[in-house]
Design a protein around this ligand. Structure first.
Ligand SMILES: Cc1cc2nc3c(=O)[nH]c(=O)nc-3n(C[C@H](O)[C@H](O)[C@H](O)COP(=O)(O)O)c2cc1C
Length: 184
C-alpha cells in the first residue's frame, strides 16, 4: 500500500547519497569544511557538477567570493568528523583546526584538498541558480583524482573501501554488495 509522505521528507526518496566534504577558502586562504550529499554530475564533456548549497551556510559565502571549491570523498571511518563538520559553522569555529584534517595543495586551484579523503574534485564555479533557500553552484571540474588502490576499472572496489553515504539526519550507511543485470 502506498502512503503519502509528508512533503518535507520528499528528498528521502533520493537517499542514500554519497557524502563529500566541501572545502572553500576565505580571503586569507584559510580553509573551511562542510559535508554535502546534494551534489551530482551534470555533464561528462566538459565535466561539470552541481552542488546544492543552503544560503545560510558559511561555505556559501566563501564560494560566492572565491568562485571555487574542492569536493573530497570520505570513507566510513570519518563519519564522526563528517558529523562534526555538518553540525558546526565556520562562522563560529575554526573547522580547519577543530576537525584535525590535513589540507594539501590542489593541482589547479587555490582551495586545498583533504588528504584523509580518497577522491578529490577541483571545481570552478561557472553558473549559479537560486532555488528557494538554496543556490545551485554549477562548476567545471578542472582536476579529478583518487586512490587507485581502492578502484577496479575506474569504479570503487567495495571489497576494499567503504564509501560513506548519507541516509538522512544522523543516519549513514555504506554499500557492500555489487549486482549485475542479467545478460540477454
Ligand atoms: C551528511 C550531511 C550532508 C549535508 N549535505 C548538505 C548539502 O548537500 N547542502 C547543504 O547546503 N548543506 C548540507 N549539509 C549541512 C551543512 O553541512 C551544515 O549546515 C554545515 O554546518 C555548514 O557549515 P558552514 O556554516 O561552516 O558552511 C549536510 C550535513 C550533513 C551532516
Amino acid at each position: 500500500m502506498q502512503r503519502r509522505t509528508p512533503l518535507k521528507y520528499f528528498y528521502m526518496a533520493l537517499h542514500p547519497r554519497v557524502v563529500v566534504l566541501v572545502v572553500a577558502i576565505d580571503k586569507e586562504g584559510k580553509p573551511n569544511v562542510m559535508p554535502a550529499s546534494w551534489t551530482s554530475p551534470v555533464c561528462e564533456e566538459p565535466p561539470h557538477i552541481v552542488l546544492a548549497m543552503w544560503r545560510e551556510n558559511y561555505t556559501w559565502e566563501l564560494i560566492k567570493e572565491s568562485r571555487e571549491f574542492t569536493l573530497n570523498t570520505p570513507t566510513a571511518d570519518l563519519v564522526d568528523i563528517v558529523w562534526k563538520a555538518g553540525t558546526t559553522s565556520g562562522r563560529e569555529v575554526d573547522k580547519s583546526k577543530l576537525l584535525n584534517l590535513t589540507f594539501s595543495r590542489s593541482k589547479s586551484i587555490k582551495t586545498p584538498i583533504i588528504e584523509e579523503c580518497i577522491a578529490h574534485l577541483e571545481c570552478k564555479v561557472v553558473e549559479e541558480i537560486d532555488v528557494g533557500e538554496s543556490t545551485l553552484f554549477i562548476a567545471e571540474v578542472v582536476e579529478a583524482y583518487g586512490n587507485e588502490e581502492y578502484m577496479v576499472r575506474g569504479r570503487w572496489d567495495l571489497r576494499k573501501v567503504e564509501v560513506l553515504e548519507h541516509l538522512g539526519g544522523r543516519v549513514f550507511t555504506v554499500s557492500t554488495r555489487v549486482i549485475y543485470p542479467r545478460k540477454k
